[in-house]
Design a protein around this ligand. Sequence first.
Ligand code: FES
Length: 79
Amino acid sequence: MIVCSCNVLTDAKIRDIVTGGMCPRTPGAVYKCLGCSPNCGRCIATLRTIISEALAETTPTGTLCLTNRELDEESLCPL
Ligand code: FES
């Protein structure tokens, strides 16, 4: 299902990036990892819900979780 129509982001794509090793924890960090940025912002609340659900399903052991600031500082985003 498309969650962000401005960037054509699906819930599956968001879950994949959140649980794929980098696990960005904010909508801004998700956008950064996916190489895009928010436009209208209508999807932010839905993104937060998907991020929370995905992180709750992810085992914290061995997972590197980064904040938006850490992503900026580390430039570790693989995308
Ligand atoms: S719907 Fe996501 S920024 Fe517009």
